[in-house]
Ligand binder design. Structure first.
Ligand SMILES: Cc1cc2nc3c(=O)[nH]c(=O)nc-3n(C[C@H](O)[C@H](O)[C@H](O)COP(=O)(O)OP(=O)(O)OC[C@H]3O[C@@H](n4cnc5c(N)ncnc54)[C@H](O)[C@@H]3O)c2cc1C
Length: 321
């Protein structure tokens, strides 16, 4: 390993959170390495909405523009389609008791093949996003990101007033249905045979004009990702123009070695309001850390905030400005 492999900050993940963190760290004269496997959560979709000045932009275009901007900074190095394979605290502090951020050293192995490149960094920003598991419905993948989505704030506008579905098995389904019914009077909740909508909740939804279909789904009907109907195992077919699924999410921390930051019951990294995890020198931003809203502009904002705090911590000050 040479000096060229020693960085002030390693940013893992090149979605809006990581890109924004890297930009702001670089502008603060930090030597930054951003490593991105380039498998964003929203890869399934054609257009992203709600990002000020970029409403409707294709997801890969947003990243391309951001990477182009980063390229103007000689102190920011970007490696895409490459994964951080392992990350350890090289001072060996482990979980308890962690040393303070000033003495933290991280060692990362970066690459696709053996031997991977080894780099060190004084601080690390985890911006690795979330892994999604979609509800178990045959042929759902073919519709996801085209006419079925997961984020109402992101995609409901385009489907307002249409016949919509909400598909899931989690216990927040009723709340999600109430949210989505802002955009349509024709919503059906599909529970896939799970018992997550109670009889009382079903009555509450019925009063709001929302139907509940409790049988498992046998098939989604449609063409080239455009959904037209949902066929249930009891033979019923419900005409549908679009809708939402409720995935399960998890944060993949399997590459961390010898230390484990706290995660909440949903698997998100627990941080303070500024993005510090409970491991000194380790920060988190974006979907990996926040319980929501899971949106591009929120992730980008979190990346900028974490960069600012990381620089303040490096200087040893606590002011927020
Ligand atoms: C179908 C769909 C549609 C969406 N539409 C919208 C929309 O219209 N508007 C909106 O605001 N939001 C939308 N979202 C939500 C949005 O995609 C997320 O909120 C946003 O991408 C979160 O940004 P992030 O930087 O935290 O994570 P991501 O964008 O997911 O980026 C994380 C990156 O980290 C990389 N990574 C993970 N592990 C490693 C590793 N070990 N080493 C290196 N790299 C790694 C991944 O490959 C990925 O490139 C949508 C989501 C989905 C699923």
């Amino acid at each position: 390993m040479t000096d060229t492999d020693a960085y002030d900050a390693l940013v893992i993940g090149g979605g809006p959170a990581g890109l924004s963190a890297a930009l702001n760290l670089g502008r603060s004269l930090m030597r930054v390495l951003l490593v991105d496997a380039d498998r964003p959560r929203n890869a399934a979709t054609l257009n992203s909405h709600g990002f000020l000045t970029r409403d409707g932009v294709p997801p890969h275009e947003l990243r391309r523009i951001a990477r182009e901007e980063l390229a103007a900074y000689p102190n920011i190095e970007v490696r895409t389609r490459v994964r951080v394979l392992s990350l350890e605290r090289s001072d060996g502090a482990g979980d308890a008791p962690p040393s303070d951020a000033g003495t933290a050293r991280f060692t990362a192995s970066v690459g696709r093949r053996d031997p991977a490149r080894v780099v060190t960094a004084r601080s690390v920003v985890l911006a690795t996003g979330l892994r999604e598991t979609l509800p178990e419905v045959p042929n759902l993948r073919g519709f996801y990101g085209i006419s079925l989505f997961s984020c109402a704030a992101c995609d409901a506008w385009e489907m307002r007033g249409r016949r919509l579905a909400l598909i899931g098995t989690t216990d927040d389904l009723t709340d999600r249905a109430r949210l989505i019914s802002r955009w349509t009077d024709h919503l059906t909740v599909f529970t896939l045979g799970a018992d997550t909508v109670t009889v009382a909740q079903e009555a509450e939804l019925a009063a709001a004009g929302v139907a509940v279909a409790r049988h498992p789904i046998s098939e989604l009907v449609g063409d080239r990702g455009r959904i037209e109907a949902i066929r249930l195992e009891d033979g019923t077919e419900v005409a549908i123009d679009g809708g939402f699924v409720r995935p399960q999410w998890e944060t993949d921390l399997s590459f961390l070695r010898g230390f484990s930051p706290s995660v909440d019951h949903d698997g998100h990294l627990v941080t303070d309001r500024s993005g510090r995890t409970d491991i000194p020198g380790l920060y988190a931003a974006g979907d990996a850390a926040i319980p929501g809203p899971q949106q591009l502009i929120v992730a980008a904002g979190a990346g900028a905030r974490v960069a600012s705090v990381l620089v303040q911590d490096a200087v040893g000050i606590t002011t927020a400005h």
